[in-house]
Design a protein around this ligand. Structure first.
Ligand SMILES: N[C@@H](CCC(=O)N[C@@H](CS)C(=O)NCC(=O)O)C(=O)O
Length: 234
């Protein structure tokens, strides 16, 4: 059986990482059995130093962007892509927009925003650490997150600008979704696993942000999350 190495459930999500959540969502929609191996220490054995990765009959595949195509190829493709090249291209671009842009605004809101760090992120990941390391390790990890946000570029903007960047992504999603039940129209397609992972990843966790306020106030996005939730419940 496929083993999915992930962080584990948090904040009402199958995983706090939208990348792990993409893979969980794909596996569920495609009805593929899998075993979840949860824990922060999975990072130590992760081939690319990041989660998720999977192990399938001895084969290791890392990165959601490679795992999902691997699963599509090996286990058939019940959650496909639209055949229209223009729409397919737009959905691939939306997927990358979320992976490579909205993601960093979410990381900022969860890890760097002081209130969210103290109230939600620190307690979730580090409150069970024994005291001598709890006083040191979380701060080191947070410094690493800050450094990677700076390296990527998002961390060089003001908090207001970061939220503005994230909101533009959410507006684009809302506008592309329009009245459609799913991102490509009436049928679920592979881009929905990314859209759902990110929108639910903003809507469900308790972290306060302009992103969460936007999603909460927008019926297109909140109804989309509810629709995907009920689709996944079957
Ligand atoms: N491109 C990767 C991104 C994976 C990723 O960034 N994972 C983050 C969690 S959201 C991670 O493992 N970070 C740990 C680290 O950088 O040390 C994918 O699509 O799987």
């Amino acid at each position: 059986m496929i083993r999915l190495y992930q962080f584990g459930q948090a904040w009402g999500l199958p995983d706090p990482s939208p990348f792990c959540m993409k893979v969980v969502t794909y596996l569920q929609l495609a009805n593929i059995d899998f075993e979840s191996v949860s824990g922060l220490n999975n990072l130590q054995r992760a081939p690319k130093g990041k989660l998720p990765y999977i192990e399938d009959e001895g084969k290791i595949v890392a990165d959601s962007g490679f795992i999902i195509p691997y699963l599509q190829e090996k286990y058939g493709n019940p959650v496909g892509e639209p055949t229209d090249p223009r729409q397919r291209g737009a959905l691939r671009a939306i997927t990358r927009m979320l992976d490579e842009d909205l993601y960093f605004a979410m990381v900022y809101a969860r890890w760097i925003d002081e209130h969210n760090w103290r109230q939600h992120t620190f307690p979730q990941f580090f409150s069970k650490m024994p005291l001598p390391i709890r006083a040191v390790v979380p701060a080191i990890i947070r410094r690493g997150v800050r450094k990677s946000l700076h390296g990527q570029g998002m961390g060089r903007h003001t908090p207001g600008e970061i939220m503005q960047i994230g909101l533009r992504n959410l507006e684009a999603l809302r506008d592309y979704l329009g009245d459609n039940p799913f991102i490509a129209g009436t049928e679920v397609c592979v881009a929905d696993v990314t859209v759902y992972a990110f929108v639910a990843g903003i809507a469900k966790p308790p972290h306060a942000s302009a992103l969460k306020e936007f999603v909460a106030a927008d019926p297109t996005l909140t109804n989309y999350v509810t629709r995907m939730d009920s689709r996944l419940a079957h």
